[in-house]
Design a protein around this ligand. Structure first.
Ligand code: FAD
Length: 480
């Protein structure tokens, strides 16, 4: 074991979901205290089934590379259990303290609680900060001290009437990075990339890291925010920010996004309020996860425990592969597979289709999204699925069943989005694009579409499956 006699006190900054230097409260505190040892630990020990999915791991790899570059190669990486690694690191380096920004996944909260106890017992300084939410969940409560379960009062009455979100802080001006040779400094050693390199195509369209995230914020606010309110509903339009993975990994903080968008220059943008309220949904999801830690696995409305879900592997596989015979559903599922992203409108359409038309448990959708999304986020993913399944806190009513044909006709009328991901229908007239099974044989032939061969027949009957879902719902209500 090396024992170091530090000339200046040494403090550890533990990077987690805050992979940036600017607006990083824990790093800022760490930097004023002496030398900084920046570390990242890949913790597959405490997460259980909630360890990052395959696509998230690839994003993480690139994000760590970018962070390490900003740190002039000083990032030290570890793989294992932080409960063991951090105390060991303290004794090996003689570090005086450890700082981090809080995460809100139940398993991380529990792990961090244990680490704090160990460090305090050893009289090592240890402090956590809010680096990833605009408002701490415990600061936004109803008058009676209980958490909000409905979004609008949570956001309007709770968040907006609370303190303004913190103004972002600059990156530490004179950070002295420790050059201790400890841990690993090759990110490749974390083995986050897949052996079979499927990731190259998925990641083609993404620039990863703090610098890219900041550029994206500015580009979105300057060029696309103005029409956000309406444009955000149309998957072929460029009016959404695509900031979700950057926010998840903390390459940019919500405070930076909030304050940049709220700058007086953009105040007249009609999209602003709406965009800020979407950041509010992110806060709401985190609050739900914090107060209801079973959100990822159990329906918040417990009556859904008696709901008659169907188990059918074949239907699930057809949904995952984007072979359902409903073009907008298939486009969404293929977009997810090809790019790691899916537009929010389409997430709702494919989600409703899975849990209502196919009546497969929402956990199936959550697991698939978890593995495939670049922005897979325990709070947003769980709240999103509970919302669409109608079993969450402030959920779309179960009887609101999205009709994929009407949704396609309304939100992708010209078929630009659908045809991009379902090219076998590219020559089908728009009139039939979202319901190819209604097209006359001659039209299908002219478009080179052979149902059952080049494109599947619908895997369910929309009307019957809708009625069956509604019946299952009313049976559940009657039995509760
Ligand atoms: P924008 O429209 O530009 O919104 C800006 C930011 O606000 C987003 O980056 C995101 O951080 C936040 N936001 C927007 N909509 C929501 C929302 N409904 N709930 C919570 N936060 C929101 N989002 C994730 O980040 N990770 C997930 O794993 C995830 N899973 C979802 C699963 C389902 C079934 C559904 C219906 C939604 C899910 N969402 C998830 C929410 C939403 O679809 C994405 O945040 C959004 O599509 C990301 O694209 P964007 O950054 O362009 O969003």
């Amino acid at each position: 074991m090396d024992t170091y006699l530090n000339e200046k006190p040494l403090h550890i900054h533990w990077f987690r979901q805050d992979l940036r230097l600017s607006d990083n409260p824990a790093l800022a505190k760490c930097a004023v205290n002496g030398d900084v040892l920046p570390i990242f630990i890949l913790d597959d020990c405490n997460a259980g089934s909630q360890e990052p999915g395959a696509v998230s791991r690839v994003w993480l790899h690139h994000s760590l590379l970018a962070l390490n570059k900003s740190l002039n190669g000083a990032l030290r990486v570890f793989k294992g259990n932080p409960i063991e690694i951090i105390p060991k690191l303290i004794s090996e380096t003689g570090a005086n303290g450890v700082y981090w920004n809080r995460c809100y996944e139940p398993w991380q909260i529990e792990r961090d609680r244990i680490i704090k106890l160990i460090l305090r017992d050893k009289k090592v300084e240890c402090e956590s900060f809010n680096g990833s939410l605009l408002w701490e969940p415990w600061d936004i409560l109803k008058k009676d001290g209980t958490p909000y379960k409905v979004f609008t009062p949570f956001y309007r009455r709770g968040c907006l009437s609370a303190k303004e979100p913190r103004v972002p802080i600059s990156p530490p001006a004179d950070i002295t990075l420790s050059n201790k040779k400890i841990g690993m400094n090759d990110i490749n050693d974390l083995k986050l990339l897949p052996n079979l390199r499927w990731d190259q195509e998925v990641f083609e369209g993404w620039d990863i890291g703090e610098k890219a995230a900041n550029l994206k914020v500015i580009d979105f606010i300057e060029n696309r925010l103005y029409d956000y309110k309406d444009g955000r509903n149309f998957p072929s339009k460029k009016n959404v920010s695509r900031l979700s993975p950057h926010l998840h990994f903390g390459e940019v903080s919500p405070n930076q996004v909030w304050h940049t968008a709220s700058h007086p220059k953009y105040m007249n943008s009609t999209g602003l309020d709406h965009f800020l309220s979407e950041l509010g949904w992110r806060e709401f999801s985190h609050s739900l996860l914090y107060f209801f830690p079973n959100l990822p696995t159990e329906s918040l409305q417990t009556r859904f425990e008696t709901f008659s879900w169907i188990e059918d592997l074949d239907l699930l596989v057809r949904w995952k592969e984007g072979n359902t015979g409903f073009p907008i559903v298939d486009a969404g599922m293929r977009e997810l597979w090809r790019t790691g992203y899916m537009h929010n409108r389409v997430r709702m359409i494919v989600g409703s289709f899975l849990v209502k038309n196919l009546r497969l448990h929402w956990n199936n959708g959550l697991d698939w999204f978890w593995d495939c999304l670049v922005d897979a986020d325990l709070a947003n993913n769980s709240a999103g699925w509970q919302w669409i399944a109608g079993c969450g806190a402030d959920a779309a009513p179960y009887f609101r069943i999205f009709n994929p044909v009407l949704q396609g006709e309304k939100f992708d009328k010209d078929g630009i989005y659908t045809k991009q991901f379902v090219p076998e229908l590219k020559d089908l007239p728009n009139k039939y694009l979202h319901c190819p099974w209604t097209a006359p044989e001659s039209v299908l032939k002219a478009a080179n579409v052979c149902l059952g061969k080049s494109y599947p027949h619908p895997i369910v009957d929309l009307k019957q499956s809708r009625e069956a879902a509604l019946k299952a719902f009313s049976d559940m209500k009657a039995s509760n």
